[in-house]
Design a protein around this ligand. Structure first.
Ligand SMILES: Cc1ncc(COP(=O)(O)O)c(C=O)c1O
Length: 393
């Protein structure tokens, strides 16, 4: 390994959301925060160096996202995900969630129904209700092996003429599922049959562990591509969330024009000088770093598995196929929601996301973000282990 993920710079005294909000969310500062989906792993040096070089120029007036940045992303998507976009198909965005909101406004009317597959990253359903649309919940269902699957029967039975949009999370936060081609094909067929546009949030797509492979929704067929908007970005893959930069790929000209109308109406900006540089350099030089990061993340999964195996009467856990998020089934602890949260905060001194915040199906679960250095992961696992040993059943 050429990169060292064993330690990372302390974020304790920085403006990091994860640390700043400890007191507000957990009512204590004495815990390791493992909630919000960014990494306690330093952003890669080649990105930081490029940003430092840009700082040598003393002008930070308005910028356009340069063609070179789009081309770097296009090359990355081709290399990593076997999909080719033209530059004109890509639009800058400062936030994937903001792009989703633009899509909601562009492709549905007040009162329309939008499909959300829960449990899921909360802005999926919050964005729908904030726009006075109705959430059509199509909960994901565990199969006999414990793997979450789409529930197509439920979906078919709920779709009606008011159903306009599907918000797909691929790979899935918080479940860590990497959807297989045949699953996506069936979902795509249903959407095509009922004229439902798909907004596919693929911001976690670079964080997929072999032998799983990310299949871009838009790559399924020409017809699917024409019916899909896809969000891609560097925020998760290279820990660049605060550079606020991603793109939306829309191949269908009519869909793109509709989207662009809302985008222009609310004056989406053109990005930041430093964001453009960070984005381009991450995609240009990030292959080896990302590969090694994934090896490191897999070691963290093994550490978590070891603890959970020892205490499998209390926590069960299926290794995620992608993302750096672990979905811990704590239902065998038989604790009420408040007690479960208290167990992690007060006994384990770990700040996790409560499963219930991802929808009611998340009751009894906790989401742990394991994108941390080895040093932090060891400390976190020691705390969890001790708390589980002490827990009386
Ligand atoms: C699936 C998913 N989409 C979007 C986001 C947020 O993206 P952005 O910060 O670009 O709005 C997250 C962050 O956790 C996420 O997990």
């Amino acid at each position: 390994m050429s990169y060292d993920f064993s330690r990372s710079a302390s974020r304790e005294k920085s403006n990091a959301e994860k640390y700043q909000l400890k007191e507000k969310l957990f009512h204590t500062t004495d815990l390791l925060p493992m909630w919000v989906a960014d990494m306690d792993i330093d952003t890669p040096d080649f990105v930081i160096e490029a940003v430092q070089k840009r700082l040598e120029h003393p002008n930070f007036g308005y910028e356009e996202m340069p063609s070179s940045a789009f081309l770097a992303q296009i090359a990355w998507l081709k290399r990593h995900h076997d999909i080719v976009f033209k530059e004109e198909e890509l639009l800058y965005s400062h936030s994937v969630v903001a792009s989703m909101n633009v899509a909601i406004e562009a492709f549905s009317e007040v009162g329309d129904k939008i499909i959300v597959q829960s449990p899921v990253y909360p802005p999926f359903f919050k964005s729908v209700t904030q726009h006075n649309r109705k959430v059509l919940f199509n909960p994901l269902k565990k199969d006999v092996s414990g793997e979450y699957r789409f529930d197509f029967d439920d979906l078919r039975s709920k779709i009606d003429k008011d159903t306009k949009l599907l918000l797909l999370c691929s790979p899935h936060n918080p479940l860590g599922r990497v959807w297989r081609r045949e699953e996506l094909l069936e979902l795509a067929d249903i959407c095509l049959e009922h004229n439902i546009v798909v907004f596919s949030d693929e911001v976690h797509s670079d964080l997929v562990f072999a032998p799983n492979k990310h299949i871009p929704f838009a790559s399924l067929s020409e017809a699917v591509r024409e019916n899909t908007l896809t969000a891609f970005g560097v925020g998760k893959s290279f820990n660049l969330a605060s550079f606020a930069i991603s793109t939306v790929a829309i191949s269908n000209k009519l869909l793109r024009e509709k989207y662009q109308k809302v985008y222009d109406k609310i004056h989406f900006a053109q990005g930041t000088a430093l964001g453009h540089v960070a984005f381009e350099n991450a995609y240009m030089y990030g292959d080896v770093w990302l590969c090694e990061l994934k090896e490191h993340l897999q070691k963290n999964i093994v550490m978590l598995e070891e603890v959970c195996k020892k205490h499998n009467d209390k926590i069960s856990f299926i290794a995620p196929q992608g993302t750096y998020l672990a979905w811990l089934d704590c239902s065998n602890m038989h604790l009420h929601e408040r007690e479960l949260r208290d167990f992690f905060v007060k006994e384990a001194k770990l700040g996790l996301s409560a499963g219930i915040s991802f929808s009611k199906e998340g009751s009894g679960y906790m989401r742990l973000n394991f994108a941390v250095s080895t040093e932090i992961m060891k400390e976190a696992m020691a705390r969890l282990e001790l708390a589980l040993q002490r827990l009386k059943r």
